[in-house]
Design a protein around this ligand. Structure first.
Ligand code: NAD
Length: 284
């Protein structure tokens, strides 16, 4: 692995570096000429002090794994302290919902720009982080889905919704996913609902002989369906119906590398943001 010049690069700390997403991020940083990995944090037992590149099969990267996020943030902020505005370090976090709020707050407190992929922040936590980021003047990004294709699907769904009164949403994921429906599917529903109309008025009285057969019903009338199977990664379908036609939008994430262009966009833009930005659609 060739070392890149630190002064011309964005200095990055990756939290969750040994996880499925974190490992992809480390790999992308290693290949990006304008990015420099300066810290790798992970709590996997027995990995303290080991070279993250070697652990991920990328060859030596000269960055040791640590479980101490704060020490890593402190080091990263000191390294770029004198480089001036828009030059701070960046934390990319793909860890666990139980720690993401503390990680984001700590990054802002240390003057490190957070790019947060970990899901699970509540709307109150988001509001609190938004106020904190603005007070601290630290550009921050919370991106619940880094897929550019998903942003395009949501934009197309919003455009189609004004022409259709009937729509159903289906999200399909691997069977290790604990929550349903997915946050991204809920977001798609919310984007469609921004039009302020209701959907799926029915002339018949529907009855389910097996409960939940018709999916989850939202106040707007939209119905959400969740499928969990091994073999799936992350997929979403929005199906509109009208007399004599259906219109189906579908997005398939086949591999986690699909998220990396979105991650790099956020990494390259976050230092120049004012306050906290939520959602990739605000960055592209
Ligand atoms: P994973 O379990 O494979 O990886 C998480 C890693 O974080 C593990 O290596 C674990 O040891 C480490 N970790 C846990 N707690 C930690 C802590 N306190 N400090 C440092 N490291 C810690 O999970 P994953 O599939 O990589 O997903 C991680 C998160 O990213 C989840 O919340 C998931 O929903 C989210 N995710 C977001 C997107 C997106 O586009 N925003 C895409 C996929 C997954």
């Amino acid at each position: 692995m060739t070392m890149k010049s630190k002064n011309s690069s964005i200095s990055l700390v990756v939290a969750g570096a040994l996880g499925r997403m974190g490992a992809e991020v480390v790999k992308s940083i290693a290949m990006a000429s304008d990015c420099q990995l300066v810290g790798a944090v992970d709590t996997t037992p027995g990995k303290e002090g080991l070279d993250v590149g070697i652990e991920l099969g990328l060859g030596p990267m000269g960055v040791s794994l640590t479980s101490d996020l704060e020490a890593c943030l402190c080091m990263a902020s000191q390294q770029v302290r004198d480089l001036g505005p828009g030059q701070g370090s960046v934390l990319v976090d793909f860890t666990h919902p139980s720690v993401v709020y503390e990680h984001t707050r700590a990054a802002i407190a240390y003057g490190v720009h957070p790019v947060i992929g970990t899901t699970g922040l509540s709307s109150d936590q988001l509001k609190d982080l938004s106020v904190f980021a603005e007070k601290a003047c630290i550009g921050s990004a919370v991106i619940p889905n880094f897929s550019i294709g998903m942003v395009l699907l949501q934009q197309a769904a919003a455009a189609a919704a004004s022409f259709y009164d009937h729509a159903e949403l289906t999200e399909l994921h691997h069977n290790q996913k604990a929550d349903a429906p997915s946050g991204t599917c809920i977001k798609t529903a919310e984007i469609i609902e921004d039009l302020g109309k209701s959907f799926n008025h029915s002339d018949v009285k529907e009855e389910e002989s097996l409960s939940c057969s018709r999916g989850g019903l939202r106040e707007s009338g939209l119905r959400l369906h969740s499928i969990r199977l091994p073999g799936l990664v992350a997929h979403q379908e929005v199906m509109f119906g009208s007399n004599g036609e259906t219109y189906t939008l579908r997005h398939d994430t086949i591999d986690r590398s699909a998220y990396m262009p979105g991650v790099l966009i956020a990494v390259r833009k976050v230092r120049n943001l004012e306050g906290l930005v939520y959602g990739l659609e605000r960055l592209i």
